[in-house]
Design a protein around this ligand. Structure first.
Ligand SMILES: [Zn+2]
Ligand SMILES: [Zn+2]
Length: 200
């Protein structure tokens, strides 16, 4: 199943991606699912029901959580999580709650992920391919794969329809809910897909 794990709707001030348009476009772009990861909010839950939509698209709610030591895509029961936590505290809280955290665009020049968070195993999944990164920023993540054995996902980081689905993650297991996604991310049975690779 092909998922875009990193999408911003207009609930993120920086995004132009309308929720309704996104649902339609994701279907026509051949995506099986999307994760809505607005900046520091899961307010999308007030606008849409999570899960399988009328057009068959699986929509999962997460969040892109900003810290001074990097940004993290978090999936779990984090509707009411306090913002502004230090990264290590956040990652511990995600772990305790049975959730999953992904280091978003870890080598982005602006606010990169601090290496100790990965080398000490506080975060074990990184966004190896981000649709808005420079090629060099994506390529740099392979060093962490070699050194620390981190798993890699891909996400478009879409802030517009044009960006939606440019980078995806392919999962071997079926995903129909947030719990399914968390389970799949914990098993490591997934691969990132680059923008120019053939879809499957
Ligand atoms: Zn943004
Ligand atoms: Zn983002």
């Amino acid at each position: 199943m092909r998922f875009d794990l990193h999408i911003h709707t207009t609930l993120s001030k920086c995004s132009q991606l309308d929720l309704e348009e996104m649902l339609t476009a994701a279907g026509s772009k051949g995506l099986d699912g999307v994760c809505i990861t607005d900046h520091d909010t899961m307010a999308v839950r007030h606008h849409l029901e999570e899960g399988i939509q009328a057009n068959g698209l699986c929509v999962i709610f997460g969040m892109e959580y900003a810290t001074t030591e990097g940004d993290f895509l978090i999936f779990g029961p984090f509707e009411e999580i306090a913002t502004g936590l230090p990264a290590s505290k956040l990652l511990n809280q995600v772990e305790r709650a049975g959730g999953v955290a992904v280091a978003a665009h870890p080598f982005r020049v602006k606010r990169p992920t601090q290496e100790y968070l990965v080398s000490q195993g506080l975060c074990r999944i990184v966004e190896g391919v981000n649709g808005r990164n420079q090629g060099t920023e994506n390529a740099a993540t392979s060093a962490w794969q070699d050194q620390y054995g981190v798993a890699m996902v891909g996400g478009s980081d879409a802030h517009s329809i044009a960006e939606l689905g440019r980078v995806t993650t392919s999962f071997t297991a079926p995903i129909r809910s947030r719990d399914d996604l968390i389970g799949a991310l914990k098993t490591g049975a997934f691969t990132p897909q680059h923008p120019d690779s053939p879809s499957q």
